[in-house]
Design a protein around this ligand. Sequence first.
Ligand code: PLP
Length: 494
Amino acid sequence: MTLVYQSTRDEKNRVTASQAILQGLATDGGLFTPITYPQVDLDFAKLKDASYQEVAKLVLSAFLDDFSEAELDHCINHAYDSKFDDAAIAPLVKLDGQYNLELFHGATIAFKDMALSILPHLMTTAAKKHGLENKIVILTATSGDTGKAAMAGFADVPGTEIIVFYPKDGVSKVQELQMTTQTGANTHVVAIDGNFDDAQTNVKHMFNDTDLRARLLEHKLQFSSANSMNIGRLVPQIVYYVYAYAQLVKTGEIAAGDKVNFTVPTGNFGNILAAYYAKQIGLPVGKLICASNENNVLTDFFKTQVYDKKRSFKVTTSPSMDILVSSNLERLIFHLSGNSAEKTAALMAALNEQGQYELTDFDADILELFVADYATEQETAAEIKRVYQASDYIEDPHTAVASAVYQKYLAETDDQRKTVIASTASPYKFPVVAVEAVTGQTGLSDFEALDQLHELSGVALPPTVDGLEKAPVRHKTTVAADQMQAAVEDYLGL
Ligand SMILES: *Cc1c(COP(=O)(O)O)cnc(C)c1O
């Protein structure tokens, strides 16, 4: 039997895994979501010695069950290869009192590479499977990391075009240059006068615009998404939670069956949702700790069950988490409401129309799995310094948000369970924040900070930032948020 992926907003809209990956978003505005979970044999006596690729095969073949074994082998082997600078792909590092799961060893040094190095292969394989003749146009809103990672994956992939929108003043200099220097004839990068939520909202509008879709089809084009709204992003992220657990068993830190907590620095709720799915296939999970920065809408939601986006948007030092509408929470809301598309659609309509909703009737067992808190800017900087002093290790600001929230949780609960921190970016992506937090200096340029970070950490400069200062800027377009569709039409010649 093939696994069913259903739209969170229409129970009749059901597709297979490969169809869900091709479409990206459901045309009713919902997100394709598994309504049952596959049986996976998580035998850690064996898995502790499995490679990352082998764990990927186990998880992907269970969730993406309409792909053949040969197709998945092809995708996995082309994704998790020498693009990663560590053979472990996602090494687990033991620090003082916590384990950091380093998800930043891919081409663009953020965790988005974990899924975006495989998504283009899954998508082109799915296109072939379904005999698709249209060109796939990847439309992406980015808070800084998805855009670059998606372009690294899709650049010059035949049959695809990729258009990325980022908030002009909402990303670090390194992030911006990584994007604007991107090569590849099929890549387009546009800065917008607006924040990430503006970018994401307008991208969703384009997906749901039937007239626009019809015009695309006339030109043999169709949209898909590289955002975590695409289930093809989420499923590959389940892999590293299983892999991290296997490493803890292997090194004797835990016995197979012991529960482990995961703390995840959260923005669009994709990464932590993947951890939730890992639990659904049998991973022994204690708590899922949802860590936010000062854009703490999720903290409030988990504490009160009221989701209220009517608050001011803050630009922080962890920009990839500067989000007020966390798209993937919709999938959890769907599960919390007993997989009810009707209830989910009503709540999402309320969010759209009133800017808030309250979840009144929910599955308490699911909600109890989650703990949520946030770290202020000051607490985040202090955490970078604390970890440096305790473990001679420099965390990036996103990881530090998670790490700080875990410290608060520990102080409040004294929960002694082993806890893994999802370490979502290399500090080289946010060098100024990292160096200033450790040394107390101020006013450094990004490139001065890169050199200092190298001296402080002893970690070699990754290729994606080495030479960035001199790389030619290829993308220079800025548009108003309401001109995004016009830019897309222009690029595609509609
Ligand atoms: C995208 C991102 C996050 C947030 O992940 P979500 O899946 O959107 O919750 C956290 N940290 C970094 C560095 C990111 O790039």
